[in-house]
Design a protein around this ligand. Structure first.
Ligand SMILES: Cc1cc2nc3c(=O)[nH]c(=O)nc-3n(C[C@H](O)[C@H](O)[C@H](O)COP(=O)(O)OP(=O)(O)OC[C@H]3O[C@@H](n4cnc5c(N)ncnc54)[C@H](O)[C@@H]3O)c2cc1C
Length: 464
């Protein structure tokens, strides 16, 4: 007989997004169950410093410890290889296991499935969800939950629509054993795509990203396509690509997309289930953490302050749309850096997508406005006055604990007065330290909202 369990939030998928959200909610006293399946695939990924900092900041100690060694990355982007930044070469199976250990430590009920995914049913009259699971060990179980979180990454059921979908891209991935090679990672461009290769601890992985808009050949043809790409790589890529494979090339979808809808009254999509960025960015896991933390604040608000549900939903959706477009434009600019293949179809499609809008507006390049927007305040979504500038389209609420809109109000009241006394009065009124005020003033100065000088000179800032 099926075991019945109840929880407030059921999370599907135990990758970085699902675990980060589950841990954040559980630590605030919300009962969470996480249902996941382990699909070992020997995946290796390069994780950034920002992932390490994020895991440390949120106390995901096991996952942080499972990040691999820091390895120097070389880049040959239509140019001779040169050493660039470094990345943590991380075995994703061990990393995902460590994430689950963090979840259990935080009090999340983790259900590891055997074969077959969970079956989810929405209960009538807004009564929540029933999730039927076949665990790896023990009896079948049924979870009843008020809220469902979809965090199964690219394996999540298709959304109702794609708001945006980038050029269709497939990664052809293979592994080889290469004893006695120094550790390295390398990103390189070639006429019909780009490749990421990594060698560490006698193991090597090669991922070749190609356009798949016209479909891909079946298995035998896939190997021929892979071998053809390998021939056009640098020596390092060729060495890995032509070493004895421990697995034949596997195809993994790597198309960037933004799903719709992201959120309903009783369900949310986070991580790659919500939006997937081009792997060229190297920030997929970092974005999964950001999406999960925004998702946790959104879900907590919907459960604990239902009157602010619409505000919370707006917060989550706007964040996802802006993050997606920023990653897409930064990726486009990186493709544009490689002139060597500019006229090839793979490169042409990516140099023009998603649009021609700059990835970053320069600070101080246009008008500023004070508007009311949803912000994340200690894990709950509330409405606050924020300062919107061209480089910060979502608006800035606080800099180093100083409310920027309130500071602008105080300085406007003292326009033309001696700066020293006016700033000290503002500092006292806001109850902040001199260092924090300096940081906030520097932020206004960098956007030319406050002119340096002996008297307060604040540029007019429109206010709602
Ligand atoms: C080819 C490629 C290379 C990449 N390289 C990098 C890189 O180097 N660095 C980087 O930062 N990002 C990289 N990414 C992106 C990164 O993998 C993702 O952005 C990130 O893992 C998303 O986290 P997530 O938690 O949303 O999803 P996932 O990490 O995919 O986690 C989903 C979880 O759901 C589980 N699951 C799946 N199906 C079910 C089911 N039916 N029932 C229950 N659970 C299920 C899975 O086992 C997994 O635990 C790459 C992506 C691709 C496609």
């Amino acid at each position: 007989m099926a075991v019945e369990r109840t929880c407030t939030v059921a999370v599907l998928g135990g990758g970085p997004a699902g675990v980060t959200l589950a841990v954040d909610l559980a630590r605030s006293g919300i009962p969470v169950a996480l249902v996941t399946v382990r699909r070992p695939g020997g995946r290796i990924e390069g994780l950034s410093d920002r992932v390490a900092a994020g895991l440390e900041a949120h106390g995901l100690e096991h996952a942080r410890a499972a990040m691999g060694a820091m390895v120097r990355r070389r880049v040959a982007w239509g140019t001779p290889p040169e050493a660039r930044n470094s990345e943590y070469v991380t075995a994703r199976d061990a990393f995902n296991d460590a994430l689950l250990a963090d979840a259990e430590q935080a009090g999340v009920t983790v259900i590891r499935l055997g074969r077959g995914g969970p079956e989810c049913e929405r209960l009538p009259e807004g009564a929540g969800w029933r999730v039927a699971c076949l665990p790896q060990a023990g009896a079948p179980c049924t979870l009843e939950a008020r809220f469902l979180v979809e965090a199964r990454g690219r394996a999540a059921p298709k959304p109702a629509a794609w708001v945006r979908r980038g050029p269709e891209t497939t990664a052809l991935v293979t592994e080889a054993e290469i004893p006695d090679t120094d550790s390295f990672t390398m990103v390189e461009a070639f006429g019909d795509g780009w490749a990421w290769s990594v060698a560490a601890g006698g193991r090597a992985v090669l991922q070749i990203f190609v356009d798949s808009a016209g479909g891909l050949p079946k298995r035998g043809g896939l190997e021929a396509l892979f071998a053809d790409c390998v021939k056009r790589l640098s020596q390092a890529g060729r060495e890995i690509g032509s070493a004895g494979w421990t697995m034949p090339p596997q195809a993994r979808n790597a198309t960037p997309y933004l799903s719709r809808p992201l959120i309903a009254d009783d369900a949310i999509r986070i991580g790659d289930a919500a939006l997937a960025v081009d792997p060229l960015s190297g920030h997929g896991v970092f974005e999964a953490l950001g999406s999960a933390l925004a998702g946790a604040a959104t879900v907590r608000t919907m459960l604990r302050a239902p009157k602010r549900s619409a505000l919370a939903r707006r917060f989550f959706t706007e964040r996802a749309e802006l993050a997606f477009m920023r990653y897409a434009r930064v990726g486009r600019d990186f493709y544009r850096l490689c002139d060597a293949f500019a006229d090839r179809p793979f490169w042409r499609a990516r140099r023009d997508w998603p649009d021609g809008v700059p990835a970053h507006e320069a600070a101080g390049s246009g008008e500023a406005r004070i508007v009311r927007r949803p912000v994340n305040c200690h894990g709950l979504i509330v409405e606050r006055r924020v300062c919107v500038t061209p480089d910060q389209p979502r608006g800035i609420w606080m800099i180093d604990g100083v409310e920027i809109a309130a500071l602008c109000d105080l300085l406007r009241d003292r326009q033309g007065e001696p700066a020293g006394a006016a700033l000290e009065a503002a500092r006292q009124a806001l109850g902040v330290s001199p260092g924090a005020l300096d940081t906030a003033i520097a932020w206004l100065g960098a956007r030319r909202l406050l002119e340096p000088g002996e008297r307060i000179s604040l540029r007019p800032v429109a206010s709602e």
